[in-house]
Design a protein around this ligand. Structure first.
Ligand SMILES: [Fe+2]
Length: 340
């Protein structure tokens, strides 16, 4: 007689149910690495016309943030790209403002297309240019505006799932649409982005105090690396964005990266417990996941799920931005990786 057909045990199980208890020996839950998230790609050629259509259909005033969320097809209803990470593409037209608010989740921006928009964080504005990585630490007031002459699109990455999981998702609106500018542009860069620190630096939180990591500097660093030494077999030349005051990750939850794959790079199979959201900054190539090849071009966004083997191939020199929940996993002792 099997466990399922033993009438005494079945009766026992149903008695327990009324008391909101379950026998551990009957569990059917997944007890293995990896998550329910599936590999997926959002191609710019499909996404871009819909962003422009959204810009016709709704104003930033009505929408607050005009964003198309990138929801993993295996996580329907979650609004998340992976089980822990939110990803969305936001568009702002010339003259528009996305009003000031703050929330507990940390947010990152990777500027995808267009120039002339700014993000303001706690009284400082930073101009956003393609490839720049801009931080919005949790609970900082932030707004966006477009002072330029073309639509600007960026990728939003948030650790919303952590705030939800912990029951700590607070949010608040600022009394005015736009917050007052209190510091000249470049202030945070001068204090934290030049290999120097204020002599009496006091961290206001765990996220990086650097507001923007400009792409020209990141790209130059990667290009220089690519001239000296062999690439990593899986990652090519890959750097992580650091909190300059601690050397740790840019956020307490999210790790953020930029990597250079030289033309012809055929990356080895690699997996880690941190599922990644990638955005292609430059170049063309492909990622092999789950036995399938997914070709990518500039501005495409794709997900390499937790503990899923993947390989990165570069048809041209490629620059890839990515973010994961590795910072949280390392802090809590869960992070692992494997090369094949
Ligand atoms: Fe926000």
């Amino acid at each position: 007689m099997t466990m399922a057909t033993n009438p005494n045990r079945a009766r026992f199980s149903s008695e327990l149910e009324a008391l909101h208890m379950k026998p551990l020996w009957e569990r059917v839950m997944r007890l293995k690495p990896g998550t329910a998230a599936a590999p997926v790609i959002w191609r710019w050629q499909d996404v871009q016309p819909h962003l422009m259509r959204a810009a016709e259909l709704i104003t930033t005033q009505e929408a607050e943030r005009r964003v198309l969320m990138l929801e993993n097809p295996a996580l329907k209803g979650s609004t998340f790209a992976t089980t822990t990470l939110y990803a969305g593409l936001q568009v702002i037209l010339p003259g528009e403002v996305a009003r000031t608010h703050r929330h507990a989740p940390n947010a990152l921006r990777l500027i995808v297309d267009g120039s002339g928009a700014y993000t303001a964080v706690d009284g400082e504005r930073t101009t956003m240019r393609p490839g720049d990585f801009v931080t919005t630490p949790g609970w900082t007031w932030h707004d966006h505006g477009n002072l330029g002459s073309e639509p600007v699109v960026w990728l939003d990455g948030l650790d919303t799932a952590f705030a939800n999981l912990f029951g700590a998702h607070f949010r608040e609106d600022y009394p005015q649409e736009t917050q007052a500018v209190k510091r000249a542009e470049g202030d945070a860069g001068a204090r934290y982005g030049a290999g120097l620190l204020p002599i009496e630096h006091r961290a206001r939180g765990q996220a990086s105090p650097l507001l923007s990591y400009p792409f020209d500097r990141t790209r130059a660093a990667l290009e220089q690396l690519a001239k000296s030494g062999a690439p990593d077999p899986a990652h090519g030349y890959k750097l992580r964005y650091a909190n300059p005051a601690t050397g740790g990750h840019a956020f307490p939850t999210m790790a953020v990266f930029m990597q250079w794959l030289p033309k012809g790079h055929k990356g080895s199979r690699y997996r880690s417990t941190d599922g990644a959201v990638y955005c292609v900054v430059e170049g063309r190539g492909s990622v092999v996941m789950d036995g399938q090849r997914w070709d990518f071009s500039p501005h495409d966004v794709f997900v390499a799920p937790s503990w899923e083997f993947h390989e990165l191939h570069a048809a041209t020199d490629c620059v890839l931005f990515s973010y994961t929940d590795r910072a949280a996993q390392e802090a809590l002792g869960f992070w692992r990786e494997e090369t094949a």
